[in-house]
Design a binder for this molecule. Structure first.
Ligand SMILES: C[S@@+](CC[C@H](N)C(=O)[O-])C[C@H]1O[C@@H](n2cnc3c(N)ncnc32)[C@H](O)[C@@H]1O
Length: 267
């Protein structure tokens, strides 16, 4: 499946920032607690974006690991490189398209991670088999993605604001816990599922609307069937704002819970 997807640096930064500010839990701490990576390992982070997970691994391991982050988006990679340079770290940020053969020999890494990105792969079995190939025997693949009950409030508000206009299938939540998990189980010797829940609590509509705008932004293209042009996008955003304001008045706050599956697969 070819997915017309492009994350912009601003949209990704907005969403990460809102998770950090309004969520009670830190997903990177959860990831590190699930994985407990040990010092001296070799890590490949695929779809690394601006390097969030690479920097977390580096800090947790006191720099005692070889870490490579790969992505197709040069703008996000440059952001990661700038942070790397600012902190004077040795993390490598490389151009890597997970729809193509990875530029690494078999059995290279102890850990391959891919956070909130795997579901943009055009050919899921191919991408997962590349991850499997570059892992050492006994090495682990860690992926994260949305579970079916993720961000219920976000979808409820959009449905109400648009009189149940059909929401385009999201490549993540519609397939991550089903198709991806079963391909992983076929390829790897064992897969464990961990769940992370993080309620984001908003006491005003503004951050919820900023999150919604960044998620629906025309640049991401996933929602392009939902509005034909900029005017319709703005009209829908106004309707969403009205529904969110009414719900906030009724309930005193807006709670949107992120429900994330962390799959740990062992080669
Ligand atoms: C939602 S972002 C997640 C970034 C980062 N892992 C994080 O959690 O902050 C999804 C990432 O997948 C990357 N991506 C999409 N298609 C890709 C491809 N074909 N190869 C490598 N990365 C890709 C995007 O550029 C983007 O950085």
């Amino acid at each position: 499946m070819k997915i017309n997807y492009q994350e912009t640096t601003t949209d990704l930064a907005t969403r990460i920032d809102i998770h950090n500010k309004y969520g009670g839990r830190n997903i990177d701490e959860w990831m590190l607690g699930v994985l407990k990576p040990s010092k001296g390992i070799k890590i490949l982070d695929v779809g690394c974006g601006s390097g969030k997970q690479c920097f977390s691994f580096y800090d947790y391991l006191d720099g005692q690991a070889e870490i490579i982050g790969g992505d197709v988006n040069e703008e996000l990679l440059n952001q990661a490189r700038a942070e790397n340079q600012k902190r004077n770290l040795p993390i490598q940020f490389v151009s890597l398209d997970f729809n193509r053969r990875f530029p690494y020999p078999d059995n290279t890494f102890d850990l391959v991670s891919c956070c909130f990105a795997i579901y943009y792969a055009e050919d899921v079995p191919f991408t997962l088999s590349e991850m499997h190939r570059v892992l050492k025997s006994g090495g682990r693949l860690f992926t994260t993605g949305p579970m079916p009950n993720n961000k219920q409030l976000f979808y409820d508000v959009i449905r109400e604001a648009t009189n149940n206009k059909p929401i385009p299938p999201m490549p993540g939540s519609s397939r991550y816990s089903t198709q991806f998990l079963s391909v992983m189980k076929e390829l790897f010797s064992r897969v464990d599922v961990h769940i992370f829940e993080n309620p984001l609590t908003f006491e005003s509509v503004d951050p919820f609307i900023a999150y919604t705008r960044a998620s629906l932004s025309e640049d991401r293209k996933l929602w392009s069937s939902f509005f034909k042009d900029k005017d319709e996008f703005e009209r829908i955003m106004r309707a969403i704002t009205q529904v969110a304001e009414r719900r906030l008045k009724q309930e005193g706050k807006l709670v949107m819970t992120k429900v994330v599956g962390g799959f740990v697969a062992i080669k």
